[in-house]
Ligand binder design. Sequence first.
Ligand code: F6R
Length: 629
Amino acid sequence: MCGIIGYCGHRPAVPLVLEGLKRLEYRGYDSAGLAFLQVSRLEIIRSEGKLSNLEEKVAETANTFAPISIGHTRWATHGLPVEKNAHPHKSNNGSLAIVHNGIIENFQELKDELAAKGYVFYSETDTEVLANLIADELDILLVQAHQKTFAQNSPEYVQNAQNSPLQYLELAEKAFASALKKAHGAYAVVLLSPLIPQHILAARLSAPLLMGIGIGEYFVASDVPAFLPYTRDVIFLDDREYVVISAGGYSVKNLFSAECVQKEVHHIPWDLQGAAKDGYKHFMLKEIMEQPKVLQDCLVGRLQNDSVCLPELDALPVPDSIRIIACGTSYNAGLWSQYYLEQFAKIPVTVEIASEFRYRKPILNKNELILVISQSGETADTLGALRLCREQGYPTVGICNVLGSSVAREASACLYTQAGPEISVASTKAMLSQMVVLLLLALYYGQRKQLSAPYAEILQELKALPGVLEKALPTMREKAKHFAYQYAFARSFFYLGRGTAYALALEGALKLKELSYIHAEGYATGEMKHGPIALIDPEFPSFALAFDDENFGKVRSGILEVKSRQGRVIALLQEGTSLENDDLWYIPQTKLPEFLALPAMQLFSYEMADYLGKDVDQPRNLAKSVTVE
Ligand code: F6R
């Protein structure tokens, strides 16, 4: 969802910004743009659609070595994805341009006030309102400082600014902060102005923004890959902080007090290789295929002599109940874990969709633990739910993949999933890693409560999984291709599962619809006869998960019921079991079949989407990190 990059340094900034935007493509976008200073003149180039359109325009119109630039990929929130709504947006007087991720909730009110002062708006965006608001604040300050003696954006005006750069920088910072204090909602905003031609200002509130520290060059961006070829040293900005960068240095300040804030510099452990396709056709395929390593990495340091170590949680009490809150795929991982947390830790678990939870005045239990799951750690609804619970004094634990993300920093404790960067918009390896952490959590609490359960046996299975999955993946891919070609005719699909397979059925359906745009629904197998079975006919196939567990017999009956209505079924089974069906898909025998079934379903959706010619890594209308409600 919206990608931002800003650069000040010694390299030509425009190609660097374009390249950075490409590495943020995974976030999802529908238009793009950039701004730079050409001999102190503000230049803006924008275009609809893919970044290649912007690149073409830049090649045609900008032959520049400018060392300062800002860029943006936009995922539409206010207004259609057309050029006039693409970022950067400049103020009416041309004194500044901004790029913005987030939503300014009171934009209409601010727009009306500015319109009454004579401001004109050329786009439908809240961002243009914010640009003019900052410019207006700056104008007021310039008048107060008796500086505004020249026509706006005239060469003299810019010259005047250049003659007293420090004063202008101070005024620009004040105007920036003062405007942002008036804006309600969420923002990561980056500003470029010919009045402060050596500097970029950037601030955040409830939207991701971080800073990269190079040698004689500094970056701001929505995510690390944007500047990863140049530096791995990163500062994570907190809400209501802003940063001033130039080629000569940086300072982080509080938006309210303007006081400098000391920040820790983090070193990112992975390199560009981790965020590259590695010879695979798509990021999604690469991320599915690297899941054996993800399983292994996720276990590192967490197992010791048949017991689970989660030191991050040792200081928190064992809860009486757990409320899991998440969205999308992360929600499905949470729902899956309910079975294991209840079975192995004997803790009652409720699983909630974050966007529903936060607006229904929930009543929480005493000694309840709030467990939020988020790959990105920036999902607005999940973060909102976390904050709601934290304000009420509940302990919160985040399960996150992104180091230093908002959820990771705001929760009482964070369990990192260690899956590495997930670039494909559709989540795959992140879910698998969440499942590992959640299973470990169930065992961890069971051990802390000194319950007796086959923990050692489960841990043995878990440790064996990377090898089992590694071996199974090539055959799985072949099978997935085979079934995808056979079933590509379908307009709709049911995914059926019972017990731990139910949440996986929801995930299988989600993956198929988001990638191939085929309508799919996940159902508890036992629910089919309560209504959905009415839809079954030869054109409406099902994907059934029949694990070798206590539910097998019932799932088998469910499948036979579908078949007797002439429904075609792909049945995913474990070796050593069988049922009366043509399309059987065998996965190896293990006590944790979900860790094999999940990649199988991911591959099926992948092959289906690829066969149908869909944009696998960036499905239409989707964003990687949903930072708006
Ligand atoms: C689906 C998908 C989404 C995310 C959801 C939550 O493939 O990726 O459903 O799972 O938007 O995102 P996080 O986990 O970042 O909070």
